[in-house]
Design a protein around this ligand. Structure first.
Ligand SMILES: C[S@@+](CC[C@H](N)C(=O)[O-])C[C@H]1O[C@@H](n2cnc3c(N)ncnc32)[C@H](O)[C@@H]1O
Length: 220
């Protein structure tokens, strides 16, 4: 079963599963480094059932929620049916269904370790950020728990923070940094034979303001 089929299958149980993996502290750290402001427009990429989106609408932001799984987006729609602050878009990492320079913030929680090419996925997230906008990624530090790959369809066994920092810089972000979220993601293998506890990092950066058009005309 591929990643999309897996997340379609677990969509109805995802909130319960996620609560066992990690806590509210993860999204609070992400909002804090992004310095989210009410009235802003955010994208939640790999939104799942809306963990990050829920907090953002509570803080007065509008959200474009993107996921490859229609079932996950359906969960979100029913949870946030009374809110008109969320747009739901089915899409994939390689070609996000959002225009260039559109959003003030991009969040991606526990998404990067599922995508085929993390640098390409980061490039797409940077593309949709407005100049001056912030990208915030929360994900797992490098680990060796193979069962997360076989049982939960993780593609990457976490990341070295310096690699993620390098990808953010290569994608054109400035003020790039990483930090500890301060808690671990905890999971048990099927049957309970193995248990994983992996630290969570936050990586972030800011898209530079567009350079003045006049500069490029000097050598005409
Ligand atoms: C581990 S879940 C995290 C969901 C949510 N961010 C949360 O914190 O609860 C990963 C999500 O990313 C989505 N996803 C994985 N690979 C993707 C891809 N290549 N393109 C778009 N979405 C993807 C999955 O469908 C799933 O909903």
């Amino acid at each position: 079963m591929g990643s999309k089929d897996y997340f379609d299958e677990v969509a109805q149980r995802w909130d319960e599963m996620r609560e066992a993996f990690f806590s509210d502290a993860v999204r609070q750290k992400a909002y804090s480094v992004a310095d989210v402001q009410p009235g802003g427009l955010a994208a939640d990429i790999g939104a799942g059932s809306g963990f990050v989106t829920e907090g953002l609408i509570g803080k007065g932001l509008r959200v474009i929620a993107v996921d490859q799984s229609a079932s996950m987006l359906e969960q979100m729609r029913s949870k946030f049916s009374t809110s008109n602050s969320v747009e739901y878009r089915l899409g994939r990492a390689e070609s996000l269904p959002v225009g260039d320079d559109t959003v003030d913030y991009v969040f991606a929680n526990m998404y990067l370790h599922h995508v085929e090419s993390p640098p390409q996925a980061i490039g797409e997230m940077v593309r949709i950020l407005k100049p001056g906008g912030r990208l915030v990624i929360t994900d797992l530090d490098e680990h060796s728990f193979e069962f997360l790959r076989t049982e939960q369809r993780d593609r990457w066994l976490g990341f070295k923070r310096e690699d993620v920092q390098g990808w953010l810089s290569q994608a054109g972000l400035g003020m790039v940094a990483t930090d500890c979220v301060g808690e671990n993601c905890c999971a048990q293998s099927e049957g309970g034979a193995e248990s994983a506890s992996v630290s969570i990092f936050v990586a972030y950066g800011e898209k530079a303001p567009a350079s003045g058009a006049a500069e490029g005309r000097q050598d005409r």
